[in-house]
Design a protein around this ligand. Structure first.
Ligand SMILES: [Zn+2]
Length: 95
């Protein structure tokens, strides 16, 4: 008879700051009709300052869709910006 032993560990979802992490991305949604603009991904940068600048640029790109949408729906005035941030699972101690 073979006995098996199992180990358990918890994982935590943490911000992914690794060099291969996904880039932040942004999208605008019209709150009135639920239509979305295209996804605008920020360029990946090495420093936090450069990454903030790239993220602001991507946010501005995402908002360009609002002008297009208002040509079709001139009465739609309310929008929300969705953003994504990279997250990875970090393994905890074996229990
Ligand atoms: Zn709309």
């Amino acid at each position: 008879m073979t006995r098996e032993t199992y180990g358990f560990r918890r994982f935590a979802a943490v911000p992914d700051t690794e060099p291969d992490a996904e880039a932040p991305a942004y999208r605008i949604e019209c709150v009135v009709c639920g239509h979305n603009g295209p996804l605008a991904e920020a360029d990946k940068e090495q420093s936090a300052e450069a990454q903030d600048k790239a993220s602001r640029k991507a946010q501005q790109e995402a908002t360009l869709w609002v002008a297009q949408h208002r040509k079709d729906e001139p009465e739609h005035f309310t929008y929300r910006m969705w953003s994504s941030a990279p997250v990875r699972l970090e393994p905890g101690a074996w229990q």
